[in-house]
Design a protein around this ligand. Structure first.
Ligand code: HEM
Length: 166
């Protein structure tokens, strides 16, 4: 049995049937998204991917989409209507190193912003989604999945303090 995250008083049901920890709301999701992408955009490895794919004038809309994605995932709001895989298939330069960095920066961000039970929930979901995106991308590219090792956690990179977009 896997260890459960620290317990907080639950509030309402998510679509998964699990209970949403108290304090997790749209405002917290928005803070996580804004902080994470400000950091991601300045990162030496994944920053260039974002800067190439999402021009400045689409950046705000991108953040709104991502906030909808997490709101659907964690609060069951149903606001995200997109199809993320084709967007990621188009990013031909991304590989395991990008996923590991993405996940490490995400962990750093939620640990900075959220209480421990909520951070644990974000991390668990990000790793599940990240691994499934990675497998889908590899399948799409025709890679051999039989001998694929699971993604390992990257040590947190040196802290990147977000700049003017923070
Ligand atoms: C690991 C977990 C990841 C999650 C949960 C995630 C989630 C998402 C979502 C929900 C979208 C929006 C798709 C839409 O517009 O409907 C998106 C777009 C995007 N993601 Fe990811 N992503 C992940 C990993 C990555 C990685 C590793 C990269 C590259 C370093 C990346 C780069 C992008 C870019 C550039 C877009 C915008 C594509 C476009 O609008 O043209 N993502 N992601």
């Amino acid at each position: 049995m896997s260890a459960s995250p620290p317990q907080a008083a639950p509030t309402r049901l998510r679509r998964t049937g699990a209970l949403t920890p108290q304090g997790l709301d749209e405002a917290m999701i928005r803070r996580v998204v804004d902080h994470f992408y400000a950091r991601a955009r300045e990162d030496d490895l994944i920053g260039p991917v974002f800067r190439n794919a999402v021009p400045d004038d689409r950046w705000q809309a991108h953040l709104d989409t991502i906030a909808d994605f997490w709101s659907s995932m964690l609060l069951g709001s149903g606001r995200y209507k997109g199809r993320p895989m084709p967007k990621h298939f188009a990013l031909t330069e991304i590989g395991d190193a990008h996923f590991k960095r993405w996940l490490a920066l995400f962990r750093m961000t939620v640990n900075d912003i959220c209480p421990p039970d909520i951070a644990a929930l974000f991390i668990e979901r990000s790793e599940r989604v990240g691994n499934s995106f990675r497998l889908n991308i590899r399948l799409h590219r025709g890679d051999d999945l039989v001998h694929l090792e699971p993604l390992e956690r990257e040590e947190l990179p040196p802290r990147v303090e977000p700049g003017e977009n923070f």
